[in-house]
Design a binder for this molecule. Structure first.
Ligand code: GSH
Length: 328
């Protein structure tokens, strides 16, 4: 684990010394947008028009942020248009590795590079910053379009519709305003909240993360007892953003990140909802529990110095979910 400084790799763990032991996530650096006609998006520069075989995703199956992009690639029928390279689950002193020597890891499908940092350096040889996944790569310009998952999923939601004919809209205009505060709370207290709890290096920082985290799970349990999905009776990006945290929760966040006041299986509505989303067409193939369990336990030396991968709960995501239109 480390970061790039002026193009040089520095092997260092997150520095919590200046934040009272709290983990602070750094902002993603590459913020361009693919659009249907190449016009600029809300940030960055233009010139990234939607085309088949032009863009490529570098992902980790373990990473909840990268997982969002894989889900949208599937739901939007982009598998034949956008290729994928899957990193090795172990993120050690060199950061994410493109070593294919692990079931499910593919190596770098484009250039045969050894590490994810080499992808960043190919785009920007003097780059400074963290080497994170997902990375949305443009083969034509040999540039990084974006390394911000919340924006990549919005590009995927609409930019390629003219090529695929897929009109499935997961960010519908009439719900956008209402989705924002739901996303914000879930991001801060849950998607990122589990990391704040897990990477905290003081009791105070842990307490500050763990209390709102379980308040949010209680709030979601109540919300999902009244409606089928987060925004009502249609599924939206808010649900898929929540899903990638829920599906990892009992297997890794509960034990490894000390989020252990309760498990998702203890909440009847959240657990049924999680099973429904898992069983959604195409989704199961995006979930790789082995990479998830291996990555977290094996990579975070400061939390688990002996790298022991715990046996974990046996979760039956395939059990009937019971959340048909009339039950929720
Ligand atoms: N804002 C980014 C965050 C991505 C992120 O933090 N990914 C983690 C993996 S789950 C990572 O690559 N971490 C490596 C590091 O921080 O050095 C996004 O949502 O795309």
């Amino acid at each position: 684990m480390g970061l790039l400084v002026d193009g040089e790799w520095r092997d260092q763990w997150y520095d919590t010394s200046k934040t009272g032991g709290a983990f602070k996530r750094t902002e993603a650096k590459f913020r361009n947008w693919i659009t249907a006609d190449g016009s600029p998006g809300p940030s960055g520069e233009g010139g990234f028009e939607a085309e088949a075989d032009r863009y490529h995703l570098y992902v980790s199956y373990a990473c909840p942020w990268a997982h969002r992009t894989l889900i949208f690639r599937t739901l939007k029928g982009l598998e034949d248009l956008i290729g994928v390279s899957v990193v090795h689950p172990d993120m050690l002193h060199d950061g994410w590795s493109l070593d294919p020597d692990y079931p499910g890891a593919t190596g770098d499908q484009l250039y045969g590079l050894a590490f994810a940092r080499d992808v960043y350096l190919k785009a920007e040889p003097t780059m400074s910053g963290r080497v994170t996944v997902p990375i949305l790569w443009d083969r034509k310009r040999e540039a990084i379009v974006s390394n911000e998952s919340s924006e990549i999923i919005r590009m995927f939601n609409s930019a390629f519709d003219g090529l695929t004919g897929n009109q499935n809209d997961l960010w519908p205009e009439h719900l956008r305003e209402a989705i924002e505060p739901v996303n914000a709370r879930i991001y801060d207290t849950l998607n990122n909240g589990v990391y704040k709890a897990g990477f905290a290096t003081t009791q105070t920082a842990y307490d500050a993360a763990i209390v709102p985290l379980f308040d949010t799970l209680d709030w979601l349990e109540d919300r999902l007892s009244q409606q089928r999905y987060l925004m009502g009776d249609i599924i939206t990006e808010a649900d898929w953003r929540l899903f990638t945290t829920l599906v990892r929760f009992d297997a890794v966040y509960h034990g490894h990140f000390k989020c252990n006041r309760a498990r998702i299986v203890d909440y009847p509505n959240l657990w049924g909802y999680l099973r429904e989303l898992y069983q959604w067409p195409g989704i199961k193939a995006t979930v790789n529990m082995d990479h998830i369990r291996r990555h977290y336990h094996y990579s975070h030396e400061s939390i688990n110095p002996h790298r022991i991968v715990s046996i974990g709960p046996n979760l039956d995501f395939e059990a009937p979910h019971g959340r048909d239109a009339t039950s929720a």
